[in-house]
Design a protein around this ligand. Structure first.
Ligand SMILES: [Zn+2]
Length: 420
């Protein structure tokens, strides 16, 4: 993984590259690091000695190496700095503080009203209070938003679903927090987390499908998240599926999300005569609760299982097969709050997915990951660690600031956090 196109590697980036690689692939020997970073073994030996002296990297027990000489793999010390991730929703911010290795040390949910005119001030105040309580150097803050974000660095977001329009999220938070801030579409951020801490350790081209209130898709091609020209790639939910369906929140009739996003599932349930199950909830997160109740009914009643979740799985399987035919990934990952009901989605998905794949791709595997809400926020936090191996400069000056803070954290120096 080379940091600059020319292969030249400014020496101050090498420690960050080593940390990024150990963060993304897990423990590696010095020889493996040298090969991956295309530098000499002596360079890695010196850099890793420095990182070990600073307490960021440790040497694990001896393993037999291919050459017969025993080798000791190096591993990240996850506690040597914190990365903070924020998932923005219409009603709250999910916030995590994690170690460099992705271990979540702290998770909080704070109120947030996206529709308020001073929403960004409110967010900055809440985040500032959380950051003040973290007793480790914080490398930066990643923010995931359900909508289109112009670039990670500038962080201007448009999110019709939660009511943010042309919101200067990056600039506002940076100014108030005095830390590097990276902003990304939430599904793309989750995809970065897979790249750094998940399937990215094994695969380089894959799709991350999220099911829940919306239907999303993150696309990784050759180890890079594909954002599209305006940061809006991967909107699999808005692929048109039927001629005269209901409208989705963006106003398309009959798109995938209008069919099988949470509100589409609830509409289908009403059509199956399950209206009282759907509408019997007054709670704050009523869609999610309604889907859970429908799943309980479906687990007792095979006709509901097939007519509702199996039906939804069929639509999803067809759409994902289309994406696989188009992009030829090695694997598909399915996650999101809807994966709680995957046992019910799976039969319909499996049948439609395999039937609609091109013959040469019919054996592609898919992985379904257990879900908890903090994963969205961890995805946003992963944006920060991912900057350490940002070879395309996509994170710009914010990425440089993260790497600078990383070297300060590595040297054991604490910097006072500026509050502008
Ligand atoms: Zn749509």
């Amino acid at each position: 993984m080379s940091v600059t196109q020319s292969g030249a590697r400014p020496s101050d980036l090498l420690p960050a590259s080593i940390l990024g690689l150990l963060g993304s692939r897990g423990p590696m020997t010095r020889a493996e690091l040298a090969a991956a970073l295309r530098v000499s073994a002596a360079t890695i030996t010196q850099a890793s000695k420095d990182l070990m002296a600073r307490g960021m990297v440790l040497e694990l027990g001896q393993i037999a190496s291919a050459g017969g000489r025993p080798a000791r793999p190096l591993s990240l010390v996850g506690s040597s700095g914190r990365i903070v991730g924020v998932k923005v929703t219409a009603t709250h911010l999910a916030v995590v503080a994690a170690g460099l290795d992705g271990t979540v040390w702290q998770a909080e949910s704070v109120p947030f009203e996206a529709a308020r005119p001073d929403a960004l001030d409110q967010a900055a105040r809440s985040l500032g209070a959380i950051l003040d309580g973290i007793d480790q150097p914080v490398l930066g803050v990643g923010v995931g938003i359900p909508g289109a974000v112009d670039s990670l660095e500038s962080g201007v977001a448009d999110s019709p679903t939660i009511g943010l329009h042309n919101a200067q999220v990056g600039a506002a938070l940076r100014q108030r927090l005095g830390l590097p801030v990276l902003v990304e579409n939430d599904v793309n951020a989750l995809t970065v987390a897979e790249q750094v801490y998940g399937v990215g350790r094994t695969y380089s081209t894959y799709l991350v499908i999220t099911i829940g209130r919306g239907i999303g898709c993150g696309i990784v091609i050759d180890g890079q998240v594909y954002r599209g020209a305006g940061g809006g790639a991967g909107e699999i939910g808005h692929i048109p599926m039927v001629e005269d369906g209901a409208d989705c929140p963006l106003g398309h009739a009959g798109c995938l999300e209008s069919l099988i996003g949470s509100s589409g599932l609830m509409r289908q349930a009403r059509q199956l005569g399950l209206g009282q199950v759907v509408d019997g909830s007054a709670s704050f997160d009523r869609e999610r609760e309604a889907i859970r109740r429908l799943a309980e009914v479906a687990r007792r009643d095979p006709a509901v299982a097939e007519g509702l979740f199996g039906w939804a799985g069929g639509w999803l399987g067809g759409a994902v097969a289309g994406a696989v035919n188009l992009l030829n990934p090695e694997v598909v990952v399915v996650l999101g709050e809807g994966s709680e009901q995957w046992d019910l989605w799976q039969p319909g998905f499996e049948a439609a997915f395999r039937a609609k794949l091109m013959a040469s791709r019919r054996s592609i595997p898919y992985l379904v990951e257990a879900w908890d809400e903090d994963k969205w926020a961890l995805g946003a936090a992963a944006l920060v660690i991912a900057t350490s191996f940002d070879r395309d400069g996509a994170t710009g000056y914010q990425g440089e600031l993260v790497r600078e803070r990383l070297s300060h954290a590595a040297s054991g120096r604490r910097r006072p956090q500026a509050r502008v």
